[in-house]
Design a protein around this ligand. Sequence first.
Ligand SMILES: [Zn+2]
Length: 478
Amino acid sequence: MLKLYNTLAKQKEEFKPIHPGKVGMYSCGPTVYDFAHIGNLKTYISTDILRRFLEYSGYEVRQIMNITDVGHLTADDVNQADTGEDKMLKGAEREKKTPQEVAEFYTEKFFEDLKKLNIEKSAYYPRATAHIPQMIKIIEALIKKELAYEVNGNVFYSVEKFPSYGKLSGIKLEELKAGARLEEHPDKKHPYDFSLWLKAPKNHILKWKSPWSLGYPGWHIECTAMSIEYLGETLDIHTGGEDHIFPHHENEIAQSEGYTGKTFSNYWMHNRFLLVDGQKMSKSKGNFYALRDIEDKKYSPMEFRMLALSAHYRSNVNFTWTAMDQAKTNFKKIVEWKTNLQNLAEKAEDKKSEIDFSHIYQKRFEEAMDDDLNTPLALSVLYELITETNKLMVENKLSEETAKNILNFWEKINKIFGLIIKKERIDVSQDIIKLAKERKEARKAGDFQKSDELRKEIEEKGYIIEDLKDNEYKIKSK
Ligand SMILES: [Zn+2]
């Protein structure tokens, strides 16, 4: 039984979809004005794990992820300020390109990152700029219901008109009002009212006609419009980073439920921040990394995925280069184990294995994942299996058929881990192969002195010979 932590209920709940066997999932996507940073990418890895485990559990998942290419202001993700520059325009100014060119470039880069990290593709990635009419329609309805008001061409959502405002984040309007230190827009009635539509300043590039002004939408309204458009009025699961809880998701609920009168999403799942050296990542602190910065340091995207898996999605991952080294070591351990298992399984005959202990591990793996996607526990189950099988392989006690079973089990659980392991190929020069062959002959003939000398010679050239059954051997790099 799958249990997920629901931010709305503030506890783990049994997962029950609206339609049996199907899951509609909406994930807040990137604002494409710069490279995605590793904190955001970690959130998408966690969402990917959720999606993969739902699929493993037999659900058909329809995931939609938006691409924000308008309306996200530099200050609107930290408070309700509705101030600051449009992030897209900021990117355009910096790169001397049009906002459209900037959006196209960074959307491409974002997709490249997802591919490198082996994150499964969403069913669709709708762009905010392609859904302005849908947003206008919802805003018009909200005004009609008196949940929103227009002043000087700007439209705001009236938070006091939505009684359950704060139910996701736990904030209380009265407390906010007392302690509010927000920059107030002169047209707002309450400091926590938020923009649905803003009148564009004269030289603003991104603007559309609307019943209120030539302007552009607020950031939050795009997610309401696009999730309803592609997944209907009630979602099974809505995902995002913990920084989205307030204001973004609180506002999405107010808009959507105000508009439809129905529950917007049954489950809200939030990924905790990734910290860098124990601190929140920020450009000003200089601890801001994109995936390519990690690759520049000779770590692979799979090693970063490994790091993300090693912590529970609701606890902070602390990104340090030491932690990346550890992730590298862990990944290597899995790669070597899988390669050895594969070499053994390749020789398996078509008969049933006498021993198959993978089902014991499978049960424990599923229990870990069913408990709110406990990936560190699921990984520890895998490490235990690795230790047990490695021991058996060293002692030559693992049959080829059992190796095949374990390998099948690995393929099954790796559908969730999503680790890409390429078949390890070592380029061994001809003279090493020749020496190894000579050594095999010496061993066969019982000339162990010669065999030892040849082993030393091979080792001096940077390779290790691993002896297998029946005088067979494997060459490994040192
Ligand atoms: Zn969103």
